[in-house]
Design a protein around this ligand. Structure first.
Ligand code: PLP
Length: 243
């Protein structure tokens, strides 16, 4: 199947699931996870109607951005962001999904102050309690949101998580429920400057479950571009190197 056909199929599935849970298809935002995908195929996807690119690695993203920046697309950074790469992320990202610790927040803030602007971010929560994944622990998410809210340069727009990698649907669903619950709690706290517009959760294998549990932003790669050759371990390093 072509990228166009894949994209149409994914959009159809998103629409069907949205309607099932009483939402409008257009309420669900599709971020195309484009790690390892070359620029020609990304361009094909944009021309087929994909309008948000989600990249995982700064070097890879910068290179692609140079070639694709004139295309009509938004750029999201969805991978783990090393503190020393914060400045580079700001060269292309319209939104960062993976803000999960204060040193990173401080670095982004410093740079944004210099540039005299603000940035939309999501807070990444580790809902699966897996060591291999980044994100703030669910128990600490609310206090983290309060801390980050003090930085005027960062606009918290919602939360992001990666569901547990398992075939056990109950366990996957539980991760998404945790994120939705935190979303609701944070809303209830009505923290100054904190908005909860987006729940970024769901990938190729679990986006329908995620939408059922409240996702309105899904990040999909394989279902659009096919299987990747590079193992995902390269993109989700198991060592939490820069903490
Ligand atoms: C790769 C990736 C995705 C998409 O994964 P697929 O299973 O290929 O759809 C989503 N989110 C993040 C953070 C990713 O790294």
């Amino acid at each position: 199947m072509s990228i166009k056909e894949n994209l149409e199929k994914v959009k159809q599935n998103i629409a069907n699931t949205a309607l099932k849970v009483g939402k409008k298809p257009e309420d669900i935002i599709l971020v195309m996870a484009t790690k390892t995908v070359d620029v020609d195929r990304i361009r094909e996807a944009i021309q087929a109607g994909g309008n948000i690119i989600g990249e995982n690695k700064i070097q890879e993203a910068l290179k692609k951005y140079q070639e694709l920046k004139d295309e009509k697309a938004e750029w999201h950074f969805i991978g783990h962001l090393q503190t020393n790469k914060a400045k580079d992320a700001l060269k292309f990202a319209n939104m960062i999904h993976s803000v999960d610790r204060l040193p990173l927040v401080e670095k982004l803030d410093q740079r944004l102050l210099q540039e005299g602007r603000s940035l939309d971010i999501l807070l990444q929560v580790n809902t699966s309690h897996e060591e291999s994944k980044y994100g703030v622990e669910p128990e600490k998410a609310i206090s983290f949101a309060k801390q980050v809210a003090k930085y005027d340069t960062l606009n918290i727009r919602g939360l992001m998580t990666i569901g547990l990698f398992t075939k056990d649907e109950v366990k996957i669903r539980k991760c998404f429920k945790v994120l939705k619950e935190l979303h609701d709690q944070i809303l209830k706290e009505s923290i100054d400057r904190v908005q909860m517009n987006y729940l970024s959760m769901g990938m190729t294998n679990d986006y329908q479950i995620a939408i059922e549990e409240g996702a309105n932003m899904v990040r999909i790669g394989t279902a659009i571009f096919g299987a990747r050759n590079t193992p995902d371990a390269y993109y989700w390093p198991s060592e939490k190197t820069d903490r």
